[in-house]
Design a protein. Structure first.
Length: 592
């Protein structure tokens, strides 16, 4: 494993040295190197520096040029405009750097210098309820961030803070006690679609039946309320039935995760209930330290800048006046556990933007209590999934749309695309199904991840499975096309690079972009922004398409070495696409 500095990093360093040699008082200044359309790179740091030193930027730039020792990377450097430096690198340097990347299993991507421990709170559906598009976002974004951070060498602890506690369980459990066969599997309709779906159907039935009784029968309502107290007090029979409901839900969740192609482990699933035993301690410490105060019987934390529409302060309620604990209490207990016991440096919460106020208040409370270092916790709020009408995605009847239905539809649409594209290839039904799943699920994930997290986006399957434009299918086709070229080239040996061969413009553009992979990953991880990686990969596929159109590979005019050098570029592009897509949780089928 050898990390390979990008050409941008090497050139940057050469310029920085030349700068401090030419102008000693500028030592440490940033030459501000960027990729550019004019040349390969442009450095515009001379402008700010000249201002600071009260000099002439063009003259300063010229001095830097002169101070630059002869080197292997820079083919040409010239002063332009008000004092920019335009830099062109040699073809040879491009290919040599790429060859070093290709020789490394990690494509030359370094590990972070100071890795720490990050807890990511993501994919937290609610027990006895259907998963919806909000849970899709949390799952897909969280999974990508886990992969991206782990790839950088960060220790990542996954936490699925599922909604498995609360007053509705009193109603469900009481109903089960009075109707002991309600969750029995034998009563399933034959032909139910998959065990996960069957489990959800049973839970839905239980939910509806108990709700009806709860709303119509005052005595049942009282019994259900008492049942909550027994649940929180740890009554054995109550807990047994609670477990039954939770397990049934987990069967359903796993069915959705399997379809979504994400791995969610039971040992990482610590729902709200997991913190039940800590809640009294949380309350005690908050009350004793004065962080929280009793107000009308409830234990509250107040904030100067959080007020309701009436101008009165809106508190965070840690304990209700009836003694019950809510969502805020379990989140506070979880913070104590994650910082105090897991010794995490960073806590991330991949949760809907509509919960921003909740997290702001919870973090501030934990900070005041001394449980959370300043700035250690961060919500990564995500926007809403919209229907084509631009409103939050609902069925015509105004109900939330079931995630499984959406995913099934995505796979179905993808099947149409796959069938059309592979007509005449004689694929079996099984092969078509497998590819359609990879294409359809990839399309949904990519559409989600290619938007910046906070943006709302429209769930438009027609667009998502389109072969043209910024879609995963486009990227998957680029990958599959390269694999087909490599197969046609024959031979199992990896194609070698030939740095002595001059590059066509499309090859240089592709090569320089390939060289930016490691830097892109570092930026993506640093900002927790998967869409940066998605944008990089889309550009990679686009540059590859241009290369493919302009530069014949197997029939290159320059002879066998040029053929091999182009195959080398193809191979590295494929490996980069594959690695990048894998970090986003998206498959790259070998054939499409
Ligand atoms: N279960 C919640 C929901 O579906 C999300 C939980 C988010 N995580 C947390 N630590 N509060 O809205």
């Amino acid at each position: 494993m050898a990390s390979v500095p990008s050409l941008a990093a090497t050139v940057h360093q050469r310029l920085a040295h030349a700068l401090s040699a030419a102008v000693p008082e500028a030592a440490g200044a940033d030459p501000m190197l960027r990729r550019s359309d004019r040349a390969d790179f442009q450095a515009n740091g001379m402008l700010a520096l000249a201002k600071r030193l009260k000099g002439n930027p063009r003259e300063l730039a010229a001095r830097v040029t002169e101070a630059l020792p002869a080197n292997e990377e820079i083919a040409d450097i010239e002063v332009s405009g008000p004092g920019f430096l335009n830099i062109t690198v040699t073809d040879e340097a491009v290919v040599r750097t790429l060859a070093a990347r290709a020789a490394d299993e990690r494509l030359g991507v370094p590990y972070a210098e100071h890795p720490g421990t990050t807890v990511i709170d993501y994919s937290q559906p609610n027990v006895a309820k259907e998963m919806h598009v909000g849970h899709l976002r949390s799952t897909v974004i969280g999974d990508a961030l886990v992969q991206i951070l782990e790839h950088q060498g960060e220790k990542v602890v996954r936490r699925h803070h599922i909604g498995d506690w609360g007053t509705q369980f009193g109603m469900l459990i009481q109903y089960l006690i009075e109707h002991p066969h309600e969750l029995d599997h034998s009563s399933d309709a034959a032909g139910a679609t998959g065990e996960g779906e069957a489990a959800m159907a049973r839970l839905n039935r239980l939910y509806k039946a108990s709700r009806v009784l709860f709303d119509s029968d005052a005595e049942f309502k009282t019994r259900a309320r008492d049942r909550v107290a027994q649940l929180q007090g740890g009554d054995e029979e109550t807990l047994r039935l609670w477990h039954k409901i939770v397990d049934e839900s987990k069967i359903y969740f796993q069915g959705v995760y399997r379809l979504l192609d994400v791995e969610i482990r039971d040992e990482d699933t610590l729902g709200e209930s997991a913190y039940n035993d800590d809640l009294h301690q949380v309350v005690k410490e908050l009350e004793e330290s004065g962080v929280a105060v009793r107000s009308e019987g409830a234990l509250c934390v107040f904030f100067d800048d959080v007020k309701g529409p009436d101008g009165n302060p809106t508190p965070l309620i840690v304990q209700k006046s009836d003694g019950g604990f809510g969502y805020a209490a379990t989140d506070l207990a979880a913070i104590r556990d994650r910082i105090g016991t897991l010794h995490a440096d960073t806590l991330l919460y991949v949760v809907d933007a509509r919960q921003a106020l909740h997290f702001r208040m919870v973090f501030e409370t934990a900070r005041r209590a001394g449980w959370l270092p300043d700035g250690a916790a961060r919500q990564l709020p995500f926007g809403t999934v919209l229907g084509k009408d631009g409103k939050p995605f609902k069925t015509r009847a105004g109900e939330t749309i079931r995630l499984v239905d959406l995913l099934d539809e995505a796979v179905e649409r993808a099947a149409a695309v796959v069938r059309e594209k592979s007509a005449g290839l004689g694929l079996t039904d099984e092969e078509i199904r497998e590819r359609s799943t990879q294409v359809g699920i990839g399309a949904v994930k990519y559409a989600d991840l290619s938007n910046s997290l906070t943006r709302d986006y429209v769930f438009d399957l027609d667009r998502m499975v389109s072969l043209n434009g910024d879609t995963s299918v486009y990227l998957q086709y680029a990958y599959a096309r390269i694999q087909s070229i490599l197969r046609r080239a024959g031979g199992d040996a990896k194609p070698a690079a030939h740095p002595e061969i001059a590059l066509a413009p499309a090859e240089r553009a592709l090569g320089l972009h390939l060289d930016e992979f490691a830097d892109t990953l570092a930026q993506t991880a640093e900002a927790y922004e998967p869409h940066k990686l998605a944008a990089y990969l889309y550009q990679l596929a686009s540059l590859y398409t241009t290369f493919y159109d302009q530069c014949p590979v197997l029939k290159a005019e320059g002879g066998p070495d040029q053929v091999e050098n182009r195959l080398f570029l193809c191979d590295l592009t494929a490996r980069t696409l594959h690695q990048g897509m894998a970090l986003l949780g998206i498959r790259t089928p070998e054939r499409l």
